[in-house]
Design a protein around this ligand. Structure first.
Ligand SMILES: Cc1ncc(COP(=O)(O)O)c(C=O)c1O
Length: 412
């Protein structure tokens, strides 16, 4: 049984009157992660790689952080992971590295539903190498009827023997719909191409399994997964071996260093065991059970609790005159995560949020760096969508505060 009070107690920021429903922008930070960062800074804030004891301790802590993340995402080894300051930065690095193998006339497929970080990097790479960009466009009719945003038939029509890379999100950061990554991976691999998956909107809500999902590269930001301002990129070893280094030559041909120019913030990597341990600790399974099994159990509980939050919110939104939910109108955890967007007839989205702000319920409006989808859905004049995005530590009482605030703010 999901222990919500225990979860909430782990986040110092939740000792607040505010209701944080901007989790898709960034989650709260675990107190234990903050403590780990302070411990690192107090007792091992030195350079790695020397033989003196403090340097060895620092190296050990960073290695433990890398190993914790490998466990959290199901990587085969910590050396399959690359860290960076953000997902945007890591995708830019990956695209720069992959550009060396791209020839004029090669093709790259990007969507128009992704966050710009997983579109712009590939568009720039293609422009640099004279490659062709093909857009996997949103299925507008399907979104408007609450269905899937991307059609597999449309992907089939885009794939050719020249396709080298397909970049797609695991989950929409606007409306929380889950994408069928396994089915996409099958098609992309049958075409001989590589699949790059943006897991930023997925990883806070479901257990990531990089090897099983079919991606060739998988990336997300840890500051949305209860940890510090960092991001992590996994690359399938056979692709990693082919990628060109973008770091000092002396650092060689292997991950992580060849894709980690500038290095990483060591004190932040040192926080990551706290994130793994917190999530595994949400499981009801005995502490002696293998970590991945405890993580899987914990995320099942997270998904079930989050579905109750989404259900109550959607019951209100779906039933309110003049409100249109964007994307799935169901709370089914097989279909969506609790990242909920809507528009209100006759009221611009910034005005909805301005009316909610004084109540202490933190939501926001806009395009969330996914402007292409906002344009494709014709929502620009509306000021984008209103987005209420929840994490597993939210309560139904907080959802009721959101509903009361919206009830007062929206026209009847
Ligand atoms: C789906 C998605 N992808 C990528 C990003 C970019 O992440 P970062 O801020 O780490 O660059 C975001 C940020 O909101 C996002 O929601």
């Amino acid at each position: 049984m999901f222990d919500l009070q225990r979860a909430r107690a782990a986040f110092p920021g939740l000792q607040s009157e505010s209701v944080f429903f901007d989790a898709a922008g960034g989650s709260q930070l675990l107190g234990a992660a903050l403590d780990a960062q302070a411990l690192y800074a107090r007792t091992s804030f030195v350079q790695l790689g020397a033989s003196y004891p403090a340097s060895c301790l620092a190296a050990e802590r960073v290695a433990a952080g890398r190993a914790a993340m490998a466990e959290l995402v199901g990587a085969g080894a910590a050396s399959e992971l690359v860290f960076g300051s953000s997902t945007t930065q890591l995708l830019a690095n990956l695209a720069l590295s992959a550009a060396f193998a791209l020839a004029p006339g090669d093709e790259v497929v990007v969507t128009d539903i992704d966050h710009e970080s997983n579109i712009g990097a590939w568009r720039r790479m293609a422009a640099l190498r004279g490659a062709t960009v093909r857009t996997w466009a949103i299925d507008r009719a399907s979104v408007e009827s609450g269905g899937a945003a991307l059609s597999l038939d449309a992907l089939d029509a885009l794939l050719t023997p020249r396709t080298r890379i397909v970049a797609v999100t695991h989950c929409s950061n606007i409306f929380g719909a889950l994408m069928p990554i396994a089915a996409i991976a099958e098609r992309v691999h049958a075409a001989g191409a590589r699949l790059v998956v943006d897991g930023v909107a997925y990883a806070p809500h479901r257990l990531v399994d990089v090897r099983a999902c079919g991606a060739d590269a998988y990336v997300f930001s840890t500051y949305k997964v209860y940890g510090p301002h960092l991001a992590v990129l996994w690359v399938r070893p056979d692709w990693a071996a082919q990628l060109a280094p973008i770091n000092h030559e002396v650092l060689g041909q292997a991950l992580p260093y060849k894709l980690e120019p500038g290095g990483v913030q060591h004190e932040l990597v040192a926080c990551l065991p706290a994130v793994r341990d917190y999530l595994a600790g949400l499981s009801g399974l005995p502490a002696s059970t293998e970590v991945r099994a405890r993580l899987a159990d914990a995320f099942e509980q997270i998904a079930a609790h989050e579905a109750t939050l989404a259900q109550r919110t959607l019951d209100f939104l779906n039933g309110r005159k003049g409100v249109r939910v964007i994307g799935p109108t169901t709370a089914d955890p097989r279909v969506r995560v609790p990242t909920l967007s809507f528009v209100v007839e006759g009221v611009r989205s910034p005005d909805v949020v301005a009316a909610v702000d004084p109540t202490g319920v933190c939501i926001r409006h806009g395009e969330f760096y996914a402007g292409r989808i906002i344009s494709a859905l014709g929502l620009r004049a509306q000021g984008g969508v209103v987005r209420a995005s929840m994490a597993h530590y939210a309560t139904l009482a907080e959802v009721d505060r959101l509903i009361a605030a919206l009830d007062a703010a929206l026209p009847r």
